[in-house]
Design a protein around this ligand. Structure first.
Ligand code: CTP
Ligand code: MG
Length: 235
C-alpha cells in the first residue's frame, strides 16, 4: 500500500509575528517547510509529498524545494492553498493521484517530528485503523472558562477536566484515504485537526505515542526551542 503525505503550509503565521509566511521562515538556515518535507521523506513508507503552498507562493515554493536535496524515492507536488487549514488540506487531497491508499497530514509548522513517530502512525493505519493521531499527556492542568467579553478581563472557571484522560495531539495524523476524503467532503464545521472530522463521521480515531520534538512552532519562543533542538541534533 502506497503512502502520501499532505503538508499544509499555506498559513501566514500571525502568532509568530510579522515576516514571511511561517513555513518559509528559516530554522538552522533552512526553511521550516524543507525540514517538514524531509521529515516525511525520511520515512521509507512515504513515496509522495504534496505541499500546499501559500495561495500566491506556489512558484516560490516549487523553486525552493528544487533547490534542496530529497531522497530519490520521494516525489513532490506543490499546489496552492486556501483561507483555512481545513481548506488547504482539502486542496492537497484533491491533487492526490490515484494509487495512494494511506494519507498522512502533517503541519509544515512541525518541522522536527522524528521519523519513528511518522512510521508508528503509518504502521497503525496499515494495521487497520481508519485514523491515527500521535498524542502526548498534558503537562499543565487545564481549565474550562467562560471566555472574557473583552481581552484582559478575568475569566470565570467553569470546570477542571480530569487531566489523566486528556491528550495533546500532534501531526502527522494518518488516515485511510477514502475515510479522509469522505470526512473532508461531509464535515463543514470549523475544526483544528483532520482526525476530529473523522470522529464526526462516527468512526474511532486511535492514538500512538507522540514525541516532544513534534511540537508545533506557533509563537516566537517555539523558534528558540526549535533552533536548540536542531543544534543538539547537529552535535
Ligand atoms: N495552514 C494552511 N492554510 C491555512 C492556514 C494554515 O495550510 N490557510 C497550515 C499552516 O501553514 C501550518 C498548519 O496549517 O503548517 C498549522 O497551522 P498553524 O500552526 O495555525 O499555522 P498558521 O495558521 O500559519 O499560524 P497562525 O494561526 O498563527 O496564523
Ligand atoms: Mg492557524
Amino acid at each position: 500500500v502506497r503512502t502520501a503525505a499532505v503538508i499544509p503550509a499555506a498559513g501566514r503565521g500571525v502568532r509568530l509575528g510579522p515576516g514571511v509566511p511561517k513555513a518559509l521562515r528559516a530554522l538552522g538556515g533552512t526553511p521550516m517547510l524543507v525540514h517538514a518535507v524531509r521529515a516525511m521523506a525520511d520515512s521509507r513508507a512515504v513515496s509522495l509529498v504534496v505541499v500546499v503552498a501559500p495561495p500566491d507562493g506556489a512558484g516560490e515554493v516549487t523553486s525552493l524545494l528544487d533547490a534542496h536535496a530529497l531522497p530519490e524515492r520521494t516525489d513532490v507536488l506543490v499546489v496552492p492553498g486556501g483561507e483555512s487549514r481545513q481548506e488547504s488540506v482539502k486542496l492537497g487531497l484533491d491533487a492526490l493521484p490515484e494509487g495512494y491508499d494511506i494519507v498522512l497530514v502533517h503541519d509544515a509548522a512541525r518541522p522536527l517530528v522524528p521519523v519513528d513517530t511518522v512510521d508508528a502512525v503509518v504502521e497503525a493505519v496499515r494495521d487497520g485503523a481508519p485514523a491515527v493521531v500521535p498524542a502526548l499527556p498534558l503537562a499543565d492542568t487545564v481549565k474550562q472558562v467562560e471566555p472574557a467579553a473583552a481581552p484582559g478581563e478575568p475569566e470565570p472557571v467553569v470546570a477542571t477536566p480530569d487531566r489523566s484522560t486528556l491528550r495533546a495531539v500532534q501531526t502527522p495524523q494518518g488516515f485511510d484515504r477514502a475515510t479522509l476524503v469522505r470526512a473532508h467532503g461531509t464535515v463543514t464545521d470549523d475544526v483544528t485537526d483532520d482526525a476530529s472530522m473523522v470522529e464526526q463521521l462516527g468512526l474511532t480515531v486511535v492514538t500512538v505515542p507522540g514525541h516532544e520534538e513534534a511540537f508545533k512552532v506557533t509563537r516566537p519562543l517555539d523558534l528558540v526551542l526549535a533552533e536548540a533542538v536542531l543544534a543538539r541534533r547537529r552535535l
